[in-house]
Design a protein around this ligand. Structure first.
Ligand code: ADP
Ligand code: MG
Length: 343
């Protein structure tokens, strides 16, 4: 073997790898308005814009079938894709579903999976229009591609936040990550003692956040009703801090967020403590909340300030001021983004 250069993917990280791929990509069509780098790609359809996004879930990486019911998995693969369409301020329209199945799966299992897919199609009003089916030697593989549409003047990118804009996040954060810890612990206890019944009642909210994420299309409709167009938007799939980093990087800005403004559900807070986890860390770096993080101009603040499910957590500032976390004690520390590390 020659001494070829070898760079570990783990050293690059997921985002470094995507940057590398996108450097070499050439765009051939003027209709391609936005390629790699946002929650969805954007195409010019003449009167309006079309958006398209794809996401994959792998057994053993993203889910464990010993605690993930197949109906929930079917729902989740659609919801996480629709979430990316919401992050573009667009309306989802069609999906295709690709599945890789090992011979462990029966027709009945596939039917359960598609029960969940159909339930999500109904909830988010999307048409299942195709897909691909193949055998898999690496467990269950699921991937969905979703399209959506949006009027040209309503599209939101990650890159258009302005200095002084207010950072908002919907719902609450960290619960899906805490729910995953509960499920993992129950699995270990079950393996140790198979007669044991899982005791999940007191964790129903956090477990539900992990098993049944909801794409926030309701918020997209409400923002439209209130005539608010976010200046930038992203969905929270990798953890709030990581998403704040994306908005900052692509908008060429810094940000300040306040720890005491992070929306954390009571059950998530208490359960995190039970696992000796810092609830703030769960909110900042736990993944899979599928809430929306967006910026609005200060003049729109009045319109959202009393909204029960939209929380203002900070503001955008000059790049030179960096990304700051104002702690509960009033200290200003650098915001750290751990994100999800699959590599
Ligand atoms: P999200 O978390 O919103 O799903 P990702 O972090 O997965 O977004 O992807 C960020 C951007 O990189 C998107 O524009 C996505 O289409 C693009 N991307 C991710 N993986 C690849 C790949 N293997 N080849 C080309 N583009 C990719
Ligand atoms: Mg996204």
């Amino acid at each position: 073997m020659s001494e070829e250069k070898r760079t570990e993917i783990g050293d690059l990280g997921e985002f470094g790898l995507i940057d590398k791929i996108s450097e070499e990509v050439r765009i051939y069509h003027p209709e391609t308005v936005k390629g790699i780098g946002d929650d969805a790609a954007v195409f010019d359809m003449g009167d309006s814009l079309m958006v398209i996004s794809t996401d994959m879930l792998l057994e053993g990486v993203h889910f464990d079938l010993s605690y993930m019911p197949l109906q929930h998995l079917g729902y989740k693969i659609v919801a996480v894709n629709v979430s990316d369409i919401a992050a573009m301020n667009a309306t989802p329209k069609q999906i295709t579903v690709n599945i890789g199945l090992s011979n462990r799966f029966s027709l009945e299992a596939v039917e359960l999976l598609y029960e969940g897919v159909r339930a999500a199609c109904e909830a988010f009003k999307v048409d299942l229009v195709g897909g691909d089916t193949t055998a898999s030697q690496a467990g269950l593989v699921l991937s969905v591609t979703v399209t959506g549409t949006v009027p040209k003047d309503q599209i939101t990118y990650r890159s258009e936040a302005k200095k002084g804009d207010i950072l908002c996040v919907t719902g609450d954060l960290g619960a899906a990550y805490v729910g995953l810890q509960v499920l993992a612990r129950e699995k270990q206890e079950f393996l140790g003692n198979p007669d044991m019944q899982p005791k999940l009642d007191q964790y129903s909210y956090v477990v539900g956040r992990q098993l049944r994420p909801v794409a926030r299309m309701d918020i997209i409709h409400e923002l439209a009703d209130k005539q608010i167009k976010p200046t930038s938007m992203i969905d929270v799939s990798d953890g709030l801090a990581s998403e704040v980093f994306h908005l900052c990087k692509q908008s060429g800005l810094g940000a300040a967020i306040y720890e005491d403004k992070l929306p954390i559900d009571k059950e998530a807070y208490e359960t995190a403590a039970e696992f000796s986890l810092d609830p703030n860390m769960c909110a900042l770096n736990g993944g899979e909340d599928y809430e929306l993080l967006f910026t609005i101009s200060q003049e729109d603040f009045e319109k959202i300030k009393n909204h029960a499910d939209i929380h203002t957590i900070g503001y955008m500032q000059e790049k030179e001021k960096g990304k700051a976390l104002v702690t509960r004690g009033g200290n200003v520390v650098e915001l750290q983004a751990q994100g999800w590390k699959h590599f």
